[in-house]
Design a binder for this molecule. Structure first.
Ligand code: BG6
Length: 488
């Protein structure tokens, strides 16, 4: 592969994210021959390990989480790159230990897969041990803060030592093939490019449904809730890609400038309109995929009086020229019937009905972008039913034009988002990472909703696990004569 070798330093190498996602992703990049021959992977954690012990830990996690039998050749190649350094990340003196393990003449990528509360310590430590120069890249995981104020604190701590050009903030949804495909779909197809506004589009739906609960993370999740955990980042990022103006180029800042403008145009939701624009829910016990599951308040370690939301539905308005009057309905929740993410564009009806009654009952065109699983793009179109009929000369029916990724690209495995993002960091391309002003703008908008919820002092609405959320979520659309798209 063409790019330069680097020292990839993984802080928090023993943590959940490293084990489940980052190490298996490095393994896949190795398998695809996308790591430079000279690239090294240096694990950093608090525990004292011999390199051999660390190598064993990496191996067992790859076996457990890569979802496929270990390929010996790939593993041997990856193993040869591994190194380990034990560092107490809060102690700036400890970072000296990196000397001899990293080569200052090469690009260094520091991936902070640690709690954000120690991002500042790590950056200071790297700074004080004198291994920072402009070639160093630092990768930050979410959550960047809990609200606008705390996200500024974290961003300031990092900015004290690094320039924005060196900072790669992860939103792993930006590494998903289908999310990236939104850019191609919109700007490489004139049939969409010219129809993408309030003249042609009635409304947009963005759903990110999960069937999992909180997976043993009660403490973290209860502090965050679905709004901070999913809407502030993933759903708003999808929304910006659907709604942004065409960027001038695909450069990082061209794209990020346009995304930021969308975030700035979001209509504020506060106490004056929160009831009309938002729904929040919390799951109770039920059945998901035939299996009985406990309610949120009965999960292990739960605080029984928690009012944290596990479901959010929103009506979002974008106050700009393109989107005036076009609602974007967003919903996301835990313990819904299945894991499915999709964007659905509902086009407007035809201005005049030529087809009589049978047409008025048929729905307008819809573009369904299936983000996951069963990745694909589908358009519903009206079609004349072929054949002779005595009733009328034109009977219509709804048909689908369907592009299924697994059929169209059956040779290619769909890469995990983290594989794409790790590669982009190594290439030094920031386009798929979130800029500081985007994160802060998103927090600003979200904070206002969270504040309004706190002020209203109402508990979230219960919904049974295995259903599509509280009844009010249906009402949010029904009162405007619309309904949620029913995924298959
Ligand atoms: C993470 C959230 O960012 O995204 C999790 O913290 C959530 O709560 C996950 O389950 C969903 O990601 P994906 O890629 O499985 O859709």
């Amino acid at each position: 592969s063409a790019f330069e070798p680097c020292d990839f330093v993984l802080f928090g190498a023993k943590g959940d994210l490293s084990r489940r996602k980052l190490l298996p992703s490095l393994y896949q990049l190795e398998k695809a021959n996308l790591l430079h021959a000279g690239t090294k992977v240096i694990g950093v954690a608090r525990q004292e390990y011999a390199v051999e012990e660390f190598v064993e830990i990496v191996k067992s996690n790859i076996e457990k989480f890569s979802g496929e039998p270990l390929c010996e050749d790939t593993w041997e190649a990856l193993k040869a790159r591994l190194d380990y350094v034990c560092i107490d990340m809060k102690n700036p003196k400890d970072y000296k230990k990196l000397e001899g393990h990293v080569d200052p003449s090469r690009t260094m990528v520091c991936y902070l897969a640690t709690p954000p509360s120690i991002y500042g310590d790590i950056c200071r430590g790297l700074h004080e041990c004198d291994i920072i120069d402009e070639s160093l890249r630092v990768v930050l995981e979410k959550p960047i803060g809990h609200d606008l104020a705390s996200s500024k604190v974290i961003n300031d701590q990092v900015a004290e030592f690094f320039d924005e050009k060196q900072i790669y903030r992860i939103d792993h949804y930006l590494g998903k093939e289908t999310v990236l495909n939104l850019i191609a779909l919109r700007f490489a197809n004139s049939i969409f490019a010219t129809n993408w506004d309030h003249n042609c589009i009635d409304h947009v739906q963005i759903s990110v449904a999960e069937s999992v609960g909180i997976e043993g993370r009660w403490g973290y999740f209860d502090d965050a809730g679905q709004m901070r955990d999913m809407v502030q980042n993933h759903l708003l990022q999808i929304l910006t890609l659907v709604a942004m103006e065409p960027p001038t180029t695909l450069d990082a800042d061209s794209i990020r400038d346009e995304k930021l403008k969308v975030l700035k145009a979001l209509r504020t939701i506060d106490s004056s309109n929160v009831n009309e624009m938002t729904v929040r829910g919390q799951y109770t016990g039920g059945f998901v995929k035939g299996e009985e599951v406990p309610g949120y308040l009965d999960e292990p370690d739960a605080n029984q009086s928690s009012r944290t939301e596990t479901f959010v539905a929103l009506k979002v308005l974008i106050d700009n020229w393109r989107w005036a009057g076009v609602p974007f309905y967003l919903r996301t929740g835990k313990r819904l019937p299945s894991k499915v993410s999709e964007v659905v564009i509902y086009f407007k009806r035809q201005p005049h009905n030529l087809f009589g009654e049978s047409f008025s009952t048929l729905p307008p065109n819809k573009l369904v972008i299936r983000l996951q699983p069963d990745e694909g793009v589908e358009i519903t179109v009206m079609n004349k039913v072929p054949g002779l009929t005595s009733k009328s000369s034109m009977d219509l029916q709804k048909s689908k034009l369907n592009l299924s990724f697994s059929e169209a690209f059956s040779e290619d495995r769909i890469a995990d988002a983290y594989e794409k993002l790790l590669l982009e960091v190594m290439l030094g391309n920031q386009a798929l990472f979130v800029r500081r002003d985007e994160v802060e703008q998103a927090w600003d908008w979200v904070d206002s909703i969270l504040q309004a919820w706190r002020t209203s002092n109402e508990p979230p609405e219960p919904y049974q696990a295995g259903t599509w959320g509280p009844v009010a979520s249906i009402g949010l659309l029904a009162r405007e004569n619309r309904s949620w798209y029913e995924s298959k």
